[in-house]
Design a protein. Structure first.
Length: 365
């Protein structure tokens, strides 16, 4: 049995930045586990949630082999340990060194549990099934519950091979919509490459997204000022942000806010202008432009991230399960999990979703 050395950081620091950056450079991780993303998210959002960082660094002898970016918060007197990153991180996971012994992951996790401060429940969400092309080693720690899925494509090396990932019919339908849009005026695909253009497109992105939330009755996360400001500040704080727009005669009719990391394009926040142009599917037309740009730019993966929206299946050829991890150490924690399961069931059940959306609209007046 190995004896790991565990060090827990309760704040972001220069020391942590150095060791974290070195591990993420050589280990397998998604953008959302990078120091830059986590530190910025915590400063913008995490500090408003009464969330205490529990960033667990695990050493085998003197070598750092894993980082678990956790946090502790109290909700109605219940102490909850969760991943840092909140709803803005589509994948949550530890970072593992390529030197970690996969057979010892469960043992490693048990040692971490023994070192954590007192808690009632651990609830870890949005855990991806895979890291790179391999099964996520964290899955070895305990039984996980399937909570959803994500879709992605391994991109070909040339545009001529696009039908390998997108059906010819989908591409044909999109070309038709693109022609119809071009008949209405000058159609342009624009990528923001300076702060002025970025702010111009981002303002429209957040407006279109907010309008969509209101129209559908979905939970409008942009009502939370910290989350709104998080997205507004991405360009200045995350070096790999990619913001684009589709314009007709200068009017922005669709946008997309995403990020790029290790040749993986993350499709995060698509929007479109409701009204006249909506029937021409401007969001899908922009999606094709982005896919082509990704191939031409040498991206290896186009990642639609979490969410099982039906249109995603037409634009990619791979699916990955997303898991949740739940455990409790007190009776309060047990009750919390029961309530949480009930809420998630009501939220995800197709028969109750329309009622909940209507209730949400009534609540907002």
């Amino acid at each position: 049995m190995k004896n790991y050395r565990i060090k827990i950081f309760n704040e972001f620091s220069d020391e942590l930045k150095i060791i974290w950056s070195n591990l993420q450079k050589d280990g397998d991780c998604y953008l959302f586990q990078t120091y830059e993303w986590q530190e910025y998210w915590f400063s913008a959002v995490g500090t408003t949630l009464n969330l205490k960082p529990l960033i667990v660094c695990v050493y085998d002898s003197s070598k750092l082999i894993a980082i678990f970016p956790l946090g502790l918060k109290s909700l109605y007197g219940i102490k909850i340990i969760e991943f840092l990153g909140g709803g803005q991180s589509d994948y949550n996971n530890p970072i593992f060194s390529d030197k970690v012994q996969l057979g010892s992951i469960k043992e490693l996790w048990n040692e971490i549990l023994a070192e954590l401060p007192k808690y009632d429940v651990i609830y870890l969400s949005r855990i991806p099934e895979k890291l790179a092309d391999s099964r996520n080693p964290f899955m070895k720690t305990a039984p996980f519950k399937v909570a959803g899925s994500s879709y992605y494509s391994k991109l070909p090396d040339s545009l001529s091979k696009m039908p390998e990932i997108i059906s010819k019919r989908t591409l044909k339908d999109n070309r038709r919509m693109k022609r119809r849009l071009a008949e209405k005026g000058l159609l342009e695909f624009v990528i923001a490459d300076n702060s002025h253009e970025y702010n111009l497109i981002l303002t429209e992105t957040l407006k279109q997204k907010r309008d969509r939330y209101l129209a559908t009755g979905a939970n409008n996360i942009l009502e939370d000022e910290s989350i709104y400001l998080f997205y507004r500040g991405l360009f200045e704080n995350i070096p790999c942000v990619h913001l684009s727009a589709l314009k007709i005669d200068g009017e922005i009719i669709a946008t997309h806010l995403g990020v790029i990391y290790k040749k993986r394009f993350y499709y995060l926040m698509p929007t479109f202008l409701p009204g006249f142009y909506e029937k021409y599917s401007p969001g899908r037309v922009l999606l094709e432009y982005l896919t082509k740009w990704s191939i031409e730019s040498g991206m290896k993966v186009y990642d639609f991230t979490t969410g099982a929206e039906s249109y995603k299946k037409k634009w990619c050829n791979k699916e990955m399960n997303i898991y949740n991890y739940q455990s409790y150490s007190t009776f309060k924690g047990f009750l919390f999990i029961i309530v949480l399961k009930t809420v998630l069931y009501l939220k995800n059940n197709s028969s109750t979703r329309p009622f909940l959306m209507k209730l949400n609209r009534l609540r907002k007046g």
